[in-house]
Design a protein around this ligand. Sequence first.
Ligand SMILES: Nc1ncnc2c1ncn2[C@@H]1O[C@H](COP(=O)(O)OP(=O)(O)OP(=O)(O)O)[C@@H](O)[C@H]1O
Length: 265
Amino acid sequence: MSLLDVEGLSIHFGGLAAVTDVSFKVEAGEIVSIIGPNGAGKTTLFNMISGLYRPSSGCVRLNGEKVTGLPPEALARRGLSRTFQNLQVFQQMTVLENVMAGCHLGEKSGWLSDLLGLPASRRQTRATRDRAMALLDRLDLARWATRPASALSYGLLKRLEIGRALAAEPRLLLLDEPAAGCNAVETNDIDALIVELAAAGIGILLVEHDMKLVMRLSKHILVLDRGVKIAEGAPEVIGRDPTVIAAYLGRHGQDESEKGAASCR
Ligand SMILES: Nc1ncnc2c1ncn2[C@@H]1O[C@H](COP(=O)(O)OP(=O)(O)OP(=O)(O)O)[C@@H](O)[C@H]1O
């Protein structure tokens, strides 16, 4: 039984087949990447797996349980968290509050019971705060805990978003372009963090345009083009696959990875 088992997932928007019959698996502690040109269907696939879009057909299993179409909160309680391509951090809340919001996603009770201020809830809030602080410490963000998220640099915001997703204590983490817009140092930090999380047993599903990062980190790569899986395999295999080179790592892809490499220097 795999941590994540995606079987024949498809979705169409009107006449557009955005994703067609995509299948793959992610095991605990494994880093699997999805690559493909702009508009290939990567984020749409993420949106179906994480419960934001209901697939037209196909099935998603988490730890053997069929979870297709369950809302994100229900998936969070079952161990699936994600980040977004465009940051979804609450800018006016403090860094600590952002991570605490993530903790609540993984819990059965939430903000409402906190608002009621019941003693059990107050105890839980303290425990949540402690857990969030420990996580900020681990992510090297503790010194920012009481500052509003809006005070953070872009790279730190990307890190905070990963922190918020981790607060729900996921077994599977979906990262949508975690290094986009980051400088070389920030990208290296994200790289090291992803390796550390996988080593701790978390399954990682990654969408990323930075080919160097993808090739370095991934155990397995899935290539999408116009919503269809055109190749999959180990990084060495994908890097040499003529179909992939034609569709993605050809002119357009090379331009992108060179741009990525240049921004890393
Ligand atoms: N809610 C939606 N309604 C209609 N079309 C959509 C919707 N979401 C995605 N699409 C379309 O599905 C296709 C795949 O888009 P998607 O954002 O998944 O691509 P992507 O591979 O993530 O691209 P990028 O690398 O640019 O982020 C695109 O043609 C997009 O316009």
